[in-house]
Design a protein around this ligand. Structure first.
Ligand code: C5P
Length: 226
């Protein structure tokens, strides 16, 4: 527990991943993109023939099977790529559909419990920057610095839109906005590990802030906690 960890939690497309990667690069720390784990669980379930729609997941036996899959997830992060077994799933997990499936499976207690040890295992020297929804509240409650990152829904939809377009995908702002609001509503209201700031979290709204400014803010907070 003496290994330093910085938690960055917040809603969909708030820029957590970009901020976490930049802060980690500056400090020479490891990164944990916990959302990617839930995305990989959704994909792994579908590939194993386990449905991830809400009706299917409502069956406790089915939920247990998805949870068992999460507990044995053959996932690997290497050189910016994400592997599920021998398959490079980096692009597959980034789709909007994968994000929605992740949000549905992540509401299952068995899935969250199944991923707990895996996530804590990322805490290695010299330190870790972890991004997600419950890094500060559940996974690393003793973290000396917890940031809760927000941005307006319009800003987040716009950023997500630009990301998809730059990857050559098609997208519509209106449907992205509807998707992210649905995802946030589910993440905020679920019974286990809902999206909410830890009591000791620093709030950071980056709607009108450059990434460099957000990085500088977090690094300044980090200096103060050391
Ligand atoms: O952050 P990202 O959009 O990749 O996360 C995908 C989904 O995984 C989120 O909508 C959320 O439901 C879930 N998630 C979670 N806990 C985390 C990270 C992600 O429940 N720590």
């Amino acid at each position: 527990a003496d290994i330093p960890v910085i938690c960055i939690d917040g809603p969909t497309a708030s820029g957590k991943g970009t901020l976490a990667a930049a802060v980690a690069a500056r400090l020479g720390y490891h990164v944990l993109d916990s959302g990617a784990l839930y995305r990989v669980v959704g994909l792994a379930a579908e590939r194993a023939g386990l449905a991830t729609d809400e009706a299917a997941l409502a069956d406790p036996a089915h939920a247990e099977r998805v949870g068992a899959l999460a507990a044995q997830l053959p996932v690997r992060f290497a050189d910016g790529r994400i592997w599920l077994g021998d398959d490079d799933v980096t692009d597959a997990v980034r789709s909007e559909a994968a994000g929605m499936a992740a949000s549905r499976v992540s509401a299952l207690p068995a899935v969250r419990a199944g991923l707990l040890a895996l996530q804590r295992g990322f805490r290695r020297l010299p330190g870790l920057v972890a991004d997600g929804r419950d890094m500060g509240t559940v996974i690393f409650p003793d973290a000396p610095l917890k940031v809760f990152l927000t941005a307006s829904a319009a800003t987040r939809a716009q950023r997500r839109y630009e990301q998809l377009i730059s990857r050559g995908e098609t997208a519509s702002i209106d449907s992205l906005l509807a998707d992210l609001e649905a995802r946030d509503a589910r993440d905020r209201t679920r019974a286990v590990a809902p999206l909410e700031p830890a009591q000791d979290a620093q709030l950071l709204d980056n709607s009108a802030q450059t990434i460099d400014a957000s990085v500088a803010t977090v690094l300044a907070w980090w200096q103060r906690c050391r």
